[in-house]
Design a protein around this ligand. Structure first.
Ligand SMILES: *Cc1c(COP(=O)(O)O)cnc(C)c1O
Length: 398
């Protein structure tokens, strides 16, 4: 038996607030109950508020964020359609593979892992597309593999400057509800998110925000779709129903999670993530280590990927933290395997939790053969947190 709590700093799934967990502890409801709409309608409105979306539709699809990607593509694009995608990390890479698998003609713009979406290179491809063959541009807002947040508005500016009609699709799985995201103001046509990151829920409820232009594209798309079909979902959702069995427990959890986000205030939630991330980054700097994110302007406020020295195996750091200190970090995916580990700092988190993460990482790094001064990173973060002011508490919704 082991005493105390386990510590979760993976960049998804994230910690479940107690209120969210309690809210999901309920018996199964009749999903066709006539009053189902009373639960779901405010959820659609609440999630749209988080996405900063007033126009278009919000859809809930049972499954992971990956399922939301699939739904986005199958509903709006036909096999043979050309799309432009950036590939600069594990998640953007997987999205490229899926698009190709679903028959799209994918034009990929590669950038080194650790860089943001290469907007200028994307712009050149769009500029050369005189015939307007590119139907959509797909970008990952926050590359969870590398800890890099890309400037989505810059991508919209490029499309507007070229008067290009391509749709703008954004994967916001590890940014939405933690980092500022603006569906309407940034001219995003379709955005996807999962439930297990900023929304502080278990995995299983994918969210899809679909703007008017993407809804129109779905009417034109010829691919056969069953159940997870925009028109069918929209028709049934208007009566509080779904063309599949919805995860009602997750809906109850979502209600509680939205209540927390709005009680804290979205802007305060973003500020807290900024503050926690900055504390973690200062800790990493005090260790004398570097982040995978190369340009500090694009360093993510939800996850920090830390590069270890060449003679240290980052997998060992993760293993030691897990085995000896019951602390979970993310490993380095793909080409970062052994070279980096990731500290997730998103969701239901505060300053002292981040200090614990740094403390456990210091011990694990040390034992894995990386000679850092114990307490160096913790001290740097403590100093910053003291100056920056602590997180407002949430007694109002406790
Ligand atoms: C976590 C994540 C995904 C995948 O989500 P699943 O729910 O595991 O399918 C996709 N994109 C990004 C950016 C992510 O962080």
């Amino acid at each position: 038996m082991r005493t105390g709590i386990t510590h979760l700093y993976t960049p998804g799934p994230t910690n479940l607030p107690e209120q969210v967990r309690q809210a999901m502890n309920l018996s199964v409801r009749d999903v066709r109950a006539h009053d189902q709409g009373e639960l779901t309608e405010p959820l659609f409105d609440g999630v749209k508020r988080v996405f900063k979306q007033r126009r278009g539709r919000m859809f809930f699809v049972p499954g992971s964020a990956t399922d939301a990607w699939r739904a986005a593509i199958t509903n709006t694009l036909d096999p043979g359609d050309k799309v432009l995608m950036a590939r600069h990390g594990r998640f953007s890479l997987l999205w490229v593979e899926m698009a190709a698998e679903l028959g799209l003609e994918v034009e990929v713009v590669d950038a080194p892992w650790g860089d943001a979406v290469p907007v200028q290179a994307m712009a050149r491809r769009l500029e050369a597309d005189h015939a307007g063959e590119i139907k959509a541009v797909l970008v990952t807002h926050n590359e969870t593999a590398t800890g890099v947040t890309s400037p989505v508005p810059a991508m919209r500016d490029v499309l507007d400057a070229l008067d290009h009609s391509a749709l703008l699709f954004v994967d916001g799985t590890s940014s939405i509800a933690s980092i500022d995201f603006r569906m309407d103001a940034w001219g995003v046509d379709l955005a996807v998110c999962g439930s297990q990151k900023g929304f502080m829920l278990p995995a299983g409820l994918a969210m899809l925000a679909v703007g008017d232009k993407a809804m129109a594209a779905s009417e034109r798309a010829r691919r056969r779709r069953t159940a997870v079909d925009f028109a069918e979902m929209a028709r049934l959702n208007d009566d509080g129903a779904f063309p599949y069995t919805p995860p009602t427990q997750l809906f109850q959890g979502l209600r509680a999670a939205l209540d927390r986000l709005f009680a804290e205030g979205l802007e305060q939630v973003f500020a807290r993530h900024r503050r926690l991330a900055e504390g973690v980054r200062r800790g990493v700097r005090a260790w004398g280590l570097e982040t995978v994110a190369r340009d500090p302007r694009f360093a993510s406020n939800t996850v920090t990927a830390v590069r270890v020295p060449a003679d240290v195996d980052a997998r060992e750091v993760v293993r030691i933290a897990e085995d000896r200190y019951r602390t979970s970090f993310g490993s380095g995916p793909g080409p970062l395997a052994g070279k980096a580990f990731r500290i997730g700092h998103l969701g239901d988190l505060n300053e002292v939790m981040c200090l614990s993460a740094l403390a456990a990482a210091e011990m694990a790094l040390n034992e894995a053969g990386c000679p850092i001064q114990l307490g160096a990173g913790v001290g740097a973060a403590q100093g910053y947190f003291q100056d920056a002011g602590m997180t407002l508490d949430l007694r109002a919704v406790a």
